[in-house]
Design a protein around this ligand. Sequence first.
Ligand SMILES: NC(=O)c1ccc[n+]([C@@H]2O[C@H](COP(=O)([O-])OP(=O)(O)OC[C@H]3O[C@@H](n4cnc5c(N)ncnc54)[C@H](OP(=O)(O)O)[C@@H]3O)[C@@H](O)[C@H]2O)c1
Length: 287
Amino acid sequence: MKNKTVLITGATSGIGKQTALALAKLGAHVIITGRSQSSRGSAVAEIKEASGNPNIDLLIGDLSAQANVHSLAGQFKARYERLNILINNAGLAASNRELTVDGIESNFAVNVVAPFLLTHLLMDSLKAGISARVITLMGGDVPAKLDMDNLQSERSFDRLNSYSQSKLAMMVMMVEFAQRAQGVTMNVCYPGQASTNMTRSVTAEMLPGFMRFAFPLFKLMTRPDGGKSAAKASRSSVYLASSKDVEGVSGKYFDTNNKIADWPPAVLNTATRERLWSIVERLSQVK
Ligand SMILES: NC(=O)c1ccc[n+]([C@@H]2O[C@H](COP(=O)([O-])OP(=O)(O)OC[C@H]3O[C@@H](n4cnc5c(N)ncnc54)[C@H](OP(=O)(O)O)[C@@H]3O)[C@@H](O)[C@H]2O)c1
């Protein structure tokens, strides 16, 4: 990974931080993004020390606001000539239905609009990198069907379902993007479950009734483990970022074992893809 520039969103903790560490150990120049300057510097220092790689930088931006996504892309372009690998790792599982400053439901804003917009804004930098790759992380159990009438949980909000629907929408967008983009590969991966801030913040009340009986087991699986499970979960992103096996492979979905898996049916539906693409293009004001 020497001479490769990698940008990883939401990499100040959890799976993103472990991904950054692993790629830093492989010699990449790693740029992580975080939401605020205050506590984020420590992640850079930790990654530098643990990897022995001094080429670790931080860019600041809360991806829920489109102005910040533009600012992040602008900061990147001002400082770096090219981007070899973009990892859309940042993700949100909002506890309540909230609207962002752009008036978009927050899960949809962070999990769908932000990765689309950031990838779009960085396309020139990606094309300037050789064999550039875009990797986006999906989450949890993805439903087969995308509820086009409830994309932003306008009709009903349920933490797990709203999160899963937004991740499915992101998959649909990335497959469409992979078909439209030239000279850049785009794939989606499932990292597997890890103990991170996101999973540790889940409470029994957030789960649908039929899943609450399994909550003690979930709590056990997500108890703090010093980043061990997050490091394991980072292997999907690290594989897609670094392996020669996936050179030129695009528009695929990789499971936790780095095997190509079937897309959910919604992803294969051309009408759904085109409709969602135009909705997200309009929401992100790229057209
Ligand atoms: N953990 C799992 O079991 C699991 C399973 C499947 C998929 N995933 C996916 O893996 C990815 C990483 O999640 P994680 O489990 O490692 O959770 P995490 O430790 O909570 O990391 C999420 C990252 O996203 C960032 N983020 C959240 N909202 C943001 C926003 N508005 N703007 C900028 N950054 C934002 C967080 O920043 P802050 O530190 O500032 O909050 C954090 O760095 C997510 O896409 C998640 O959906 C996780």
